[in-house]
Design a protein. Structure first.
Ligand SMILES: Nc1nc2c(ncn2[C@@H]2O[C@H](COP(=O)(O)OP(=O)(O)OP(=O)(O)O)[C@@H](O)[C@H]2O)c(=O)[nH]1
Ligand SMILES: [Mg+2]
Length: 327
């Protein structure tokens, strides 16, 4: 990696230079400890410029139309005067190469927009883990003036949990399948979702789509309300034909306004930050562990005991931390 100073990167971010924004993101994604130190420096400096965006998570099964949706929804946001950053987390990309590349080509038009920035997120971070690396990428985008962040993740369960930990609103893209309409939406995901968009609704399946909507609304009725006074809406449309996206925009806007009114917008962000703090405490303790030979040795010893099923992993972890503290 080209050696740019922290200040050069910060200036680049502030002036909205996409090449330097990209370099700064590469820095926070780096697995090298010395890069991490520079990343911390950079993030500390840009912190006051972050937070001023709406963070939108978008999920759905592979092929549901997430990228197509983001392409057209992103363009709609730009028409409304927003600056849009798109981050894609694809936990399957290591198995199924080309998915992320696919995203790039599917967002061709959005990528050409001056006010859009598109970036795939790595599926594994060094210390960060997926959600933390993505969060820091989001901070850089916010500092560069992007006020709408769209995060695409494929609907396989785990990644939604991560994405819902860093976003303000969660959108679920559903396609109509045969048989049980609730199949494919795990209860856990349903509980995280704030807006549902049934995609690929076109002339030939509109009746089916309406039935699906009724079924979904019925199922949602039995779930506890995540946000006070919010009923998860089920919208119909076609991402490809640009139908129904304005309604999604209005619902997103309504939901964010409600969160601000209920004072949960800030509260949830604070709670998310607490979780990140705890995460980083663990990561930095682990990193320190590896820096000192004697500590590393007893770390490895307890880990081995756990791995060999000699005793409970939590007991081994407790013994290790107690030794570490008394050192
Ligand atoms: N008919 C129709 N096709 C659509 C619509 N939205 C997306 N598609 C098509 O569905 C296919 C998958 O779309 P993508 O946008 O790549 O879906 P995705 O959810 O991002 O897929 P992954 O990233 O692979 O999980 C593409 O061939 C799209 O052109 C729609 O509203 N109507
Ligand atoms: Mg996609």
């Amino acid at each position: 990696m080209e050696n740019l100073s922290t200040q050069e990167l910060i200036n680049g971010i502030k002036s909205g230079d996409k090449r330097l924004i990209g370099k700064a993101i590469t820095l926070v994604e780096s697995k090298k400890p010395e890069h991490r130190t520079q990343a911390e420096e950079l993030l500390k400096e840009i912190m006051p410029l972050t937070g001023n965006s709406i963070r939108i998570g978008i999920t759905g099964v592979p092929g549901a139309g997430k990228s197509t949706f983001i392409e057209n929804f992103g363009k709609l946001l730009i028409e409304k005067g927003k600056k849009v950053a798109v981050l894609a987390i694809d936990p399957s990309s290591s198995l199924n190469k080309g998915s992320i590349l696919g995203d790039k080509t599917r967002m061709e038009e959005l990528a050409k927009e001056e006010n859009a920035f598109i970036r795939p997120s790595p599926t594994s971070g060094f210390l960060g883990g997926v959600a933390n690396t993505t969060f820091e990428t989001m901070m850089i985008c916010e500092a560069a003036g992007y006020d709408s962040i769209l995060i695409e993740t494929v609907g396989v369960g785990q990644s939604e949990v991560l994405v819902s930990d860093i976003t303000d609103i969660f959108l679920f893209l559903k396609i109509i399948g045969g048989g049980d309409e609730l199949q494919g939406i795990k209860r856990g995901i349903m509980e995280m979702v704030d807006v549902i968009f049934i995609n690929k609704v076109e002339e030939d399946n509109i009746i089916k789509a309406k039935n699906t909507k009724v079924e979904l609304l019925r199922a949602l009725h039995f779930l506890p309300s995540k946000e006070h006074n919010w009923k998860v809406p089920v919208l119909l449309g076609s991402a490809l034909k640009n139908k129904g996206l304005e309604e999604v925009y209005l619902k997103v806007d309504e939901f964010i306004s409600l969160k601000l009114k209920n004072k949960t917008f800030e509260k949830v962000r604070q709670y998310q930050a607490e979780k990140r703090f705890d995460y980083w405490v663990q990561q930095y303790i682990l990193q320190k562990t590896k820096e000192e030979k004697s500590v590393e040795n007893f770390y490895e010893l307890h880990k081995k005991n756990a791995a060999e099923l000699k005793s409970n992993p939590s007991s081994e972890a407790k013994m290790f931390v107690e030794k570490l503290m008394n050192k």
